[in-house]
Design a protein around this ligand. Structure first.
Ligand SMILES: Nc1ncnc2c1ncn2[C@@H]1O[C@H](COP(=O)(O)OP(=O)(O)OP(=O)(O)O)[C@@H](O)[C@H]1O
Length: 501
């Protein structure tokens, strides 16, 4: 019950209801006002006419009752009686020539001069309480002009009462018609519109959420009007929105999958690129810096060659040889990462690595020396495990290099310069199972590492050179002295995707 009243109140309190009510109310008031004014005027005319009739009925016997004595005292006497019996408040009697014969009661504002040329004149006082009229009448065979002043105050009161009565009626009619209109419109128009508005807001706030028919559709049933069509159309539109929304969601999902695929492909290619080129070089190439050739004053270059591998290739299938080579070079790659030095490339069964390029290194010579010793140890261990007679020959040299990327295809980060040539020669002129270093490198490492002088050898293209064989650490290195940057061998290299043995 209470809910019913609340919902009716809500309906009537809706802005649309209030607007309709206001318009209906104003319209009726205007219509009634248009009717009321002429009827009030007509009513006033009727009352005046009645008063005039009273006036005529009073004037006519005035002179007749005087008989043959048309004198002031007689007229006065008859008029006094007349005033008592009727609404006459005063008057004048004039001869045809305009001579005033008699006055009685209140003095009228009209006089002979005002009315002499007219058969009859009417005048109403400003406050509406007095009404004056003139009339020619005959007595004793002579014409007389009589002007009487009548009490018309009742007319004003009656008109006022008439207007108040009609106005009250109009207000009652207005209220009744307005409420009746609202009562008729509320369920038929306002309720569906409010429900439609609610549905519109809900659909607007969360499009795609309302998948079935909307609640407001129920109101469209059994309706054959435009509002019913709007409700049906809106429901249809919501279905379309749902369809489009679903399509958009699916497209979004597809797009997200595509973006994820593209990102994964980009990550893969990025990883691949970083596997081929140092990070800074890859960045420069991506920015269009090309060719790249940078000078580095202090680099340590290492060449390593697997001795006896050519012979091995003739004895075991090529696939197995490549598998072994992959195993060894993967270990070297991890060592390069561990000591934060840059692998340059593999050349057949040779391995080339540089320290201090392209990123500065706190001690690239020690890092390369450590790596060389580890490479030796790893190859020895592998030879013992597999029974394959593997040895490695390593050469190291220090000095300035030029590093960069040249050419237009199959980019590779490479090194050039005499330092590189000499490092290569240290390896090619070295001893299997030994690490041969140039004199420059020896001087840089001799405090921390043990060396054996090899004396002077004839190096192709260089002539006679003093070289040294790196044997190992002088003392077991302390934790601070031993350079390490990452985990031990055998772990997974996240950046390159290379898996250790
Ligand atoms: N970036 C490099 N990568 C691989 N090996 C290199 C690189 N730079 C130089 N070398 C090697 O260093 C060695 C010495 O080179 P160098 O230019 O002094 O002599 P060469 O090319 O062997 O002989 P030649 O002087 O007759 O041309 C060569 O075996 C060369 O292949």
């Amino acid at each position: 019950m209470l809910n019913g009243f609340t919902s009716i109140f809500n309906l009537l309190n809706a802005r649309l209801s209030r607007r309709i009510a206001l318009w209906v109310f104003i319209s009726i008031v205007v219509v009634e006002a248009l009717i009321l004014l002429p009827s009030a005027y007509r009513r006033e005319r009727e009352l005046i006419q009645h008063l005039e009739d009273v006036g005529v009925a009073s004037i006519s016997p005035l002179l007749r009752l005087c008989g043959s004595q048309i004198t002031a005292p007689k007229i006065h006497q008859v008029a006094q009686q007349l005033m008592l019996e009727s609404r006459v408040e005063g008057g004048h009697v004039y001869t045809e020539e305009g001579e005033a014969i008699a006055y009685f009661g209140e003095v009228p504002e009209l006089n002979f001069n005002h009315v002499k040329n007219s058969p009859s004149v009417r005048f109403r006082s400003r406050d509406g309480n007095r009404y004056e009229m003139s009339m020619w009448t005959e007595a004793q065979g002579k014409p007389y002009l009589v002007i009487v002043r009548l009490d018309s105050s009742q007319i004003s009161q009656e008109i006022k009462a008439f207007i108040i009565r009609i106005f009250g009626l109009v207000i009652l009619i207005c209220i009744f018609v307005t409420l009746a209109t609202l009562a008729a419109l509320a369920p038929a128009v306002i309720a569906p519109i409010l429900k439609l508005r609610k549905a519109l807001i809900a659909v607007g706030e969360s499009p795609g959420a309302f998948t079935g028919d909307l609640d407001c559709l129920a109101l469209a049933k059994n309706r054959r009007d435009e509002l019913g069509e709007v409700l049906i159309d809106f429901n249809r539109m919501n279905h379309q929105i749902n369809r489009y929304f679903k399509e958009i969601q699916e497209s979004k999902k597809e797009l997200e999958n595509l973006v994820a695929e593209v990102e994964s492909a980009r990550d893969q290619s990025e990883k691949l690129l970083l596997n081929i080129l140092p990070y800074t070089i890859a960045q420069q190439l991506k920015q269009g810096v090309y060719p790249i050739a940078e000078s580095f004053p202090n680099a340590t270059v290492l060449f390593a060659d697997l001795v006896g591998f050519t012979q091995l290739s003739t004895e075991v299938p090529a696939v197995e040889v490549v598998e072994l080579l992959n195993k060894i070079f993967s270990i070297f790659d991890q060592l390069a990462q561990q000591y934060a030095v840059e692998k340059i490339k593999t050349i057949g069964d040779a391995y080339m690595v540089v320290g201090g390029v392209p990123q500065p290194h706190p001690d690239c010579t020690q890092a390369i020396a450590q790596m060389a010793l580890d490479m030796q140890r790893e190859v020895r261990q592998l030879a013992a495990e597999t029974g394959i007679p593997l040895t490695i020959r390593i050469g190291i040299n220090n000095g300035p290099v030029v590093a960069g990327v040249i050419g237009i295809k199959k980019f590779i980060y490479d090194l050039w310069g005499d330092t590189v040539n000499t490092a290569s020669r240290m390896e090619s002129h070295g001893i299997p199972g030994q690490i041969q270093v140039s004199e420059v490198t020896y001087f840089l490492l001799r405090d921390r590492f043990q060396f054996e002088s090899r004396g002077t050898i004839n190096v192709k293209g260089k002539g006679m050179m003093k070289t040294y064989l790196l044997l190992g650490w002088k003392d077991e290195p302390t934790a601070e002295l031993k350079l390490t940057t990452s985990s031990s061998i055998g772990s997974v290299d996240a950046a390159s995707g290379i898996h250790g043995p």
